[in-house]
Design a protein around this ligand. Structure first.
Ligand code: PGA
Length: 246
């Protein structure tokens, strides 16, 4: 199983800017790339999906509703994402947990909705700075992942996990390769205990991964790729990370 590099554009983009960003990345893709995805804002899924049609980059969303359909104003369902050709959906990003009150249970239901329609959820886990400093990192990420395992049972081998220490997101502070590897090994062991096919599950690192530090992080045995925020908006940087993973 090769590595996966997923860009998370967050709430950035505009019709014209999206087109130039996608074109620049497509133009610089290596001949044999690792798996690559772009997780774009919902209003641009159709546009970017069109630009990525028959290309080597998969389309991703940044969220999915925990509900199937109905009276949930503003929500986007997994079926709608599938209609638009979405392959991956980020769930439980720390910005959703922090600013939108998403609990472990909601995140688990979102993963279930995605899985039920063949969309791969990229399940984010990670500790805050306070939790990090109090030595609670492993306990926090295990609890977050356990909720998803509990609700999704044997389907768990179809998910992607992203370890994103909250203190490293958008801050320029990266977990050291050794720090990240240690947490990834904990998550790997937890997944091994939960499924007969743990070898299929990628565990990505996210949090200020950039062109300069990607190769070292990706060299760790349990780091199977990256979830890239800021650097995914800069074609040269995103391409350098893809090259390091390919
Ligand atoms: P960052 O964001 O690369 O800008 O730190 C990563 C993420 O939040 O997914």
């Amino acid at each position: 199983m090769g590595k996966l590099i997923a860009g998370n554009w967050k709430m950035n983009g505009a019709i014209a800017a999206n087109a130039s960003l996608v074109e620049a990345v497509l133009a610089g893709m290596p001949a044999s790339p690792c798996a690559v995805a772009m997780c774009v804002p919902a209003p641009y899924l159709a546009q970017v999906g069109g630009l990525l049609q028959d290309k080597t980059i998969a389309l991703g969303a940044q969220d999915v509703s925990a509900h199937e359909s109905g009276a949930y104003t503003g929500e986007v369902s997994a079926a709608m994402l599938r209609d638009l050709g979405v392959r991956y959906a980020i769930v439980g990003h720390s910005e959703r947990r922090q600013y939108h009150g998403e609990t472990d249970a909601v995140v688990a239901d979102k993963a279930r909705q995605a899985l039920s329609l063949g969309i791969t959820p990229i399940v984010c886990v990670g500790e805050t700075l306070a939790q990090h400093e109090s030595g609670a990192t492993e306990q926090v990420v295990r609890r977050q992942l356990a909720a998803v395992i509990h609700v999704n049972g044997h389907c768990i081998s179809e998910i992607v996990v992203a370890y994103e220490p909250v203190w490293a997101i958008g801050t320029g502070k990266t977990a050291s390769p050794q720090q990240a590897q240690q947490v990834h090994a904990v998550l790997r062991a937890q997944l091994k205990a939960a499924t007969a096919q743990p070898g299929r599950i990628r565990i990505l690192y996210g949090g200020s991964m950039n062109a300069g530090n990607a190769a070292q992080l990706l060299a760790e045995p349990d780091i199977d790729g990256g979830l890239i925020g800021g650097a995914s908006l800069k074609p040269a940087d995103f391409l350098a990370i893809i090259a390091a993973a390919s």
